[in-house]
Design a protein around this ligand. Structure first.
Ligand SMILES: [Zn+2]
Length: 142
């Protein structure tokens, strides 16, 4: 049986496997970017706008910081069993200059990361659920 590939979190990223983008919002008044999408009011203290446009964020950036996750996170996180430690990178997006956290792809640990290195956004399987393969965004060294 072939599985359908679906986003683990609907509406947070495009499903273009070769060139995925996170989906955020941009304030129409001050131009600030937000991820996840913001629809209430602008978080810029100097701005009182509540109008946003949906935008695809840059899918490249540079490592701002990183760490490793050596313990299984609590529910609702669905971890591999047995749990496999993974790295988490805080990546500063090239255009928006905002920092987005994400897991680093399988097989790349903190020993392979350094501040300033270029990363790109990819989609990787989070888990299998019935006839669906659920994918999440991750960061991959360029
Ligand atoms: Zn604003």
């Amino acid at each position: 049986m072939s599985k359908t590939t679906v986003p683990a979190i609907a509406g947070w990223y495009t499903m273009d496997a070769g060139n995925p983008h996170l989906i955020g919002t941009r304030c129409k008044e001050c131009g600030s970017y937000f991820f996840p999408k913001l629809t209430t009011y602008c978080r810029n203290p100097a701005c009182d706008s509540d109008e946003f446009e949906e935008v695809q964020l840059s899918n490249r950036g540079h490592v701002w910081s990183y760490t490793n996750a050596s313990y299984k996170p609590p529910e609702p996180f669905i971890a591999a069993d047995p749990f496999v430690p993974y790295a988490i990178a805080a990546v500063r997006l090239d255009h928006e200059k905002m920092i987005v956290l994400g897991q680093v792809v399988e097989g790349i640990g903190v020993e392979n990361l350094k501040v300033g290195q270029e990363m790109r956004l990819v989609l990787e399987t989070l888990h299998e659920d019935g006839d669906q393969t659920k994918v999440i965004w991750k960061w991959k060294p360029v």
